[in-house]
Design a protein around this ligand. Structure first.
Ligand code: PEP
Length: 247
């Protein structure tokens, strides 16, 4: 059985006072039936770990460097995230791929570094609107999977987030059939590459404009094991509604 997961990505949002939302969220879900994770900006990782000390909330980084240490001003290593208390790191988010020209090879190298440091990885993939309209979605997904996923992954250490880029922060979501088609395709590719056991155990998240109002129908789609949530993870009430839909 794959454990359901509600993961929030705060992106470049949140100062210390935003931790009040985490306190509220933890208070609203003292014994969550699903896994809950938040990826705050790196500046808040340690304090979020302290805020959630008595709660099974997992704290994640939003990116890491592929190298362990060195002359990389402004970057953060996987070991640093782990040292700060993170259990996971999001890699290959479309905003990293676009803003920082990250390639599939970069994402795979980062994933190897993160796994070696003892972090679990959430690897993001997804097509642009042009790619979808040109009926290239599945080819793009296959290429990103082939390039971004390291060979050493397991169902325990890796989660994949399917995030159509055109659905992120736009309020638009694919049809449920489109979400199902891509998740089923990812599952079949994982089984073909890693074998049925590992392929069936890796959790798949949908990401892109998930809200309390659309979460239930998305979570009912086959092979959707939860969500990666941007905007709606910033407010405890909104994220709580999504968690409830998953429970
Ligand atoms: C994201 O950035 O991963 C995301 C899914 O954002 P939003 O939920 O705001 O669309």
């Amino acid at each position: 059985m794959r454990r359901k997961l509600a993961a929030g990505n705060w992106k470049m949002n949140g100062l210390s006072d935003q931790l009040a939302e985490v306190e509220k969220l933890c208070g609203a879900h003292p014994n969550p039936k699903v896994e809950i994770m938040i990826a705050p900006p790196a500046t808040l990782i340690s304090s979020m770990v302290v805020t959630a000390a008595d709660h099974p909330l997992e704290v994640a980084g939003q990116d890491c460097h592929a190298k362990d240490s060195g002359a990389h001003t402004g970057d953060i290593s996987a070991a640093m995230l782990k040292d700060a208390g993170a259990s996971h790191v999001i890699l290959g988010h479309s905003e990293r791929r676009e803003d920082h020209d990250e390639t599939d090879d970069d994402v795979r190298a980062k994933a190897r570094a993160a796994l070696a440091a003892g972090l679990k990885v959430v690897i993001c993939i997804g097509e642009t609107l042009e790619e979808r309209e040109a009926a290239n979605t599945l080819d793009i997904i296959a290429g990103q999977m082939a390039g971004s996923l390291p060979d050493i992954l397991t169902g325990e250490n890796t989660i994949i987030a399917y995030e159509p880029i055109w659905a992120i922060g736009t309020g638009k979501i694919p049809t449920l059939e489109q979400i199902g088609e891509v998740h089923d395709f990812i599952r079949s590719k994982l089984e073909a590459r890693f074998g049925d056991g590992v392929g069936r155990s890796i959790r798949l998240l949908y990401g892109g404009s998930v809200k309390p109002s659309n979460a239930s129908e998305i979570f009912a789609v086959s092979n959707v094991d939860g969500a990666l949530v941007g905007g709606a993870s910033l407010k405890a009430d909104d994220f709580s509604g999504i968690i409830q839909a998953l429970e």
